[in-house]
Design a protein around this ligand. Structure first.
Ligand code: MYR
Length: 131
């Protein structure tokens, strides 16, 4: 059900979240208009995700419950895994530079893909529309 091409439509508190992540103002301003697009292909518990934005294009394969490494668009390296809880994808990642947790979820709400983010007490959301 997560399969498809998803284009970011709007964000909530994303600037505050990025600020908490330690991302500078200039990068945050650019990230506001990053035109993030994610293409998700799920096969059982295996996922292929292609991310593209004004910053970069990146592809990753992962399996639910299996740890992997990922570098975020700002260069921050994290390691962790996605798991499925009911209809929700839950990601638990740890920053490699400071050991702090970054958690994220993906759910489908009214035909939109809602991704939440949490870092050090700050929550944000990005909402994607299917193309
Ligand atoms: C994926 O499923 O898209 C690949 C794995 C993503 C891991 C981390 C997701 C959190 C992204 C936070 C963005 C913060 C930008 C500073």
């Amino acid at each position: 059900a997560f399969n498809g091409t998803w284009k970011v439509d709007r964000s909530e508190n994303y600037d505050k979240f990025m600020e908490q992540m330690g991302i500078n103002l200039m990068k945050r301003k650019l990230a506001e208009h990053d035109n993030l697009k994610i293409i998700i292909e799920q096969n059982g518990d295996k996922f292929h995700v292609k991310e593209s934005s004004t910053f970069r294009t990146k592809e990753i394969d992962f399996t639910l419950g299996v740890q992997f490494e990922y570098d975020l668009a700002d260069g921050t390296e994290v390691a962790g895994a996605w798991e499925m809880e009911g209809d929700m994808l839950k990601g638990k990642f740890t920053r490699k530079d400071n050991g702090k947790a970054l958690t994220t979820t993906r759910t489908l709400v009214g035909g939109e893909l809602v991704q939440t983010y949490n870092y050090e007490g700050v929550d944000a959301k990005r909402i994607f529309k299917k193309q």
